[in-house]
Design a protein around this ligand. Structure first.
Ligand code: NDP
Ligand code: 2IT
Length: 449
């Protein structure tokens, strides 16, 4: 075993010993650090500078009580967090997740991924993530507002346009960002619209931000396929999720001529052999905030299956996981490959387990890793910050063109590094090395902090 492999293994052991319960964080650390060994071997100074010891430790972790009153005037208490992971290349930037499963392990994994993803965008943003174990499902608008106000009343002192700029993630969309912004403005008594991204268009939001993650995913996949002379036209695509990322991934996949046959939520998945009717999905999810099984009210001939795992058993050419972490395990990866799936593009964060990724790579699946493929969302968030700073508003086309260019650059950068380090189709390694390089160089230049 090489010296750098030993170094990385020691660091992974340290991560485990320090926080034995943080499984998701351990998995992300393993994915990133094991794949950058070839880069470390060429850059031994980072070992002397204890760069890995520093990079795996969040700069700051904030945890706070969120007490609020529901519609029955009963007091509810949730946990709120913000993990400020790394600010070497810019203010902390990353989403807020509201979901009952939220804990420090999940937020540290998301924040760690965000550091390298944000670096890949080429824009000056550091990495962070936050959220709460609050469950927005079944809550009224008034309850969501009360919760957001209580959450922001604590969070506001830790964020700002040049400090830390949160945005959306699971359970946090336009409605929540609106309530959070309203409360920030009220308690800060200043119109700092660059403090949050994903805002509404009437108060500093950017055109294309809503679509950016899903569109960006398809731009990335298209770049990856173009390089192999494969067209998206008429390809059968399986997508999981029916939230923000899934919706706009479906939209762009259809625009590129692909046939998307599934989407899902945490209860089950829909299979429509005629191709998913996106207008119906938007009506169910964006307007009624309903369940995906209601799709059958629109298309009697479609199928609905309880449970989310079955979606990976549907025969397809391309799979785009857009729901949540670790939704594709080794069994699901085997099913996809056995059914002829040749391409996987990750819209969600870490949707494939380490074993699944390994299986895809060994079976020559063209694999677009999350931190590269879903970076379009945060990239347009950074463009929203630019527009807020210059107090201007760009057109949809302008932002969409910049998004296309950014996704192409991320693809090229990941590919170039994969080639340089000897495994040309391994974009996991390519993206990790490309993302790590810039952060490591900035940290090194800034001394021991
Ligand atoms: P949304 O809340 O809009 O949608 C999430 C979707 O995934 C819903 O259909 C939801 O179903 C489903 N889902 C969530 N948790 C689970 C679970 N534990 N098991 C099964 N299904 C689940 O979130 P987004 O679309 O914004 O986020 C989806 C993924 O994309 C996440 O991994 C997020 O981190 C990632 N991402 C998001 C970006 C953004 O800009 N929004 C940017 C980059 C990555 P249900 O409604 O039943 O819970
Ligand atoms: O995972 C992600 O990149 C996001 N949820 C978007 C973060 C952002 O700041 O736009």
């Amino acid at each position: 075993m090489s010296e750098m492999q030993v170094y990385v293994n020691d660091i992974l052991e340290l991560v485990k010993q320090r926080d034995p319960d943080q499984i998701e964080f351990q998995n992300t650390a393993k994915e990133v650090l094991t794949s950058i060994v070839p880069f470390l071997e060429k850059n031994p100074k980072y070992k002397n500078e204890k760069l890995l010891e520093r990079i795996i430790e969040p700069e700051r972790v904030i945890s706070f009580r969120v007490a609020w009153e529901d519609d029955k005037n009963e007091i509810q208490v949730n946990r709120g967090y913000r993990v400020q992971m790394n600010s070497a290349i810019g203010p902390y930037k990353g989403g807020l997740r509201f979901h009952p499963s939220v804990n420090l392990s999940i937020l540290k994994f998301l924040a760690f991924e965000q550091v390298f993803k944000n670096s890949l965008t080429g824009l000056p943003i550091g990495g962070g993530k936050g959220g709460s174990d609050f469950d927005p499902k079944g809550k009224t608008d008034n309850e969501v507002m009360k919760f957001c106000q209580a959450f922001m009343t604590e969070l506001y002192r830790h964020i700002g346009p040049n400090i830390d700029v949160p945005a959306g993630d699971i359970g946090v969309g336009g409605r929540e960002i609106g309530y959070l912004f309203g409360q920030y403005k009220r308690v800060r008594d200043a119109y700092d619209n660059g403090v949050l991204t994903g805002k509404g268009l009437t108060y500093g939001g950017s055109l294309t931000r809503t679509e950016a993650t899903g569109y960006g995913l398809l731009y990335f996949v298209k770049n990856m396929l173009d390089a192999k002379n494969i067209s998206l036209k008429d390809k059968v695509v399986v997508i999981s999720g029916s939230g923000n990322v899934a919706t706009y991934a479906i939209e762009k996949a259809q625009e590129f001529g692909a046939k998307v046959v599934t989407c899902s939520d945490s209860n089950g998945y829909v299979y429509d052999a005629n191709g998913i009717d996106l207008a119906a999905v938007k009506e169910i999810k964006e307007i009624h905030r309903g369940r995906i099984k209601e799709y059958l009210n629109y298309h009697k001939d479609a199928e609905y299956h309880e449970g989310c795992q079955g979606v990976w058993g549907v025969k397809c050419d391309i799979a785009l996981p857009c729901a949540t972490q670790e939704e594709i395990n080794l069994d699901s990866a085997k099913k996809l490959v056995a059914n002829g799936c040749k391409v996987v593009g990750e819209g969600a964060n870490m949707p494939s387990t380490l074993e699944a990724i390994d299986y895809f790579l060994k079976n020559n699946v063209l694999f677009a890793p999350a931190k590269a493929a879903n970076a379009g969302g945060v990239a347009v968030s950074a463009l929203e910050m630019s527009q807020n700073s210059e107090r201007l508003h760009w057109t949809f086309e302008e932002v969409d063109n910049k998004l296309k260019e950014i996704m192409e650059n991320i693809y090229k950068n990941a590919k170039k590094n994969a080639e340089e380090f000897g495994d040309p189709d391994n974009l996991v390694m390519g993206a990790n090395i490309a993302g790590f390089k810039k952060v490591a160089e900035a940290m090194s230049a800034q001394g021991v902090v």
